[in-house]
Design a binder for this molecule. Structure first.
Ligand SMILES: O=C(O)CCC(=O)C(=O)O
Length: 304
């Protein structure tokens, strides 16, 4: 086997130490520390807290076009917000992060300067709650498949640590080099139990999980991984340490029929809340009102 390159770098070194680019393709992930500073992280934490509070005002999962806030009942701690998508239509702090020049500096060497975004997502692992995203490959969510061409080399997922992440507070796990493993039969795998880390399912499918790593990150770091990298899991077993992760998923624009434009020729593109792009919600142009998925009253007005 060729020598393995380091998978951990500092943002300030990226321009001179270009090994991170080959490391990403070689290992299916890299971790870049010190991308955002402490003041920026404090501002993001406040916005995460604001969205969490907004979520808690709803009786159940709430959708308004691309924006969705996932509410769950946890056996230990009761009602929680698990995550949300597309805060950036309404949140200037989070919006600025997804089009930040540092994000472009990380993305451009991997997928060029014409970029769309198909994920803009916040994850909370509330202390004591059994919240996890069982081990999986993101390819399972890139549907319909024909809308996502050359997925392996066109799509980069980024996860920004809005708190320090470590095993105790539920840091995500990654299986290095798992993007090249094959095991394609598991590409659509999602555990039936949303509280399962699902490591055993992959073992049962013949994947050696002994090299699994915790994606340990100081706040302000950004982890990158590919759509075929096996990742997920992690449970926050602390009683008082939040674990907030800001995920932005980017794609080479020419290879994707969905998503919001993010950079055109390396220049940021603003979102237009009134004209949202087709991303994952297929009824984006026909169901323009807010509603509670799974409830009878799909026209329920909320927030007033
Ligand atoms: O929030 C986490 O720890 C898991 C994230 C993840 O697996 C995903 O976004 O695909």
């Amino acid at each position: 086997m060729t020598d393995l390159l380091p998978t951990r770098y500092r943002y300030a070194d990226l321009a001179t130490d270009r090994r991170w680019i080959d490391a990403y393709w070689q290992s299916g992930y890299v971790i870049i520390e010190a991308v955002f500073n402490a003041d920026e992280i404090s501002r993001m934490q406040l916005r995460f807290d604001r969205w969490y509070a907004e979520g808690m005002r709803h009786p159940s999962t709430f959708r308004h076009q691309n924006k969705i806030i996932w509410i769950e009942e946890d056996a230990q701690v009761g009602k929680i917000v698990r995550g949300m998508q597309w805060p950036s239509y309404e949140d200037d702090v989070l919006d600025a992060v997804r089009t930040d020049a540092r994000m472009l500096a990380i993305l451009e060497p991997l997928i060029g300067g014409d970029i769309k975004q198909i994920i803009n997502q916040l994850h909370w692992k509330t202390p004591g709650a059994r919240v996890t995203w069982g081990m999986h490959r993101d390819v399972r969510s890139r549907k319909p498949a024909e809308a996502f061409r050359e997925l392996a080399t066109s799509y980069v997922q980024t996860g920004l640590a809005v708190d320090r992440h470590w095993a105790g507070n539920g840091a995500m796990k990654i299986l290095p080099r798992s993007h090249r493993l094959g095991c394609d039969a598991m590409n659509d795998f999602a555990p039936k139990d949303p509280a399962a880390t699902a490591e055993k399912d992959w073992q049962d499918a013949g994947v050696d999980m002994s090299q699994l790593i915790d994606v340990v990150m100081p706040a302000g770091s950004v982890a990158l991984w590919t759509p075929f990298t096996i990742h997920g899991g992690g449970i926050n077993t602390t009683t008082d340490n939040a674990r907030r992760l800001y995920i932005n998923g980017y794609v080479k624009a020419s290879n994707c029929d969905r998503g919001e434009w993010t950079f055109r020729e390396g220049k940021p593109v603003a979102l237009d809340q009134a004209n949202q792009a087709l991303v994952q919600f297929d009824e984006i142009t026909t169901k323009t009102h807010a509603f509670y998925p799974g409830r009878d009253d799909h026209t329920a007005k909320v927030g007033d």
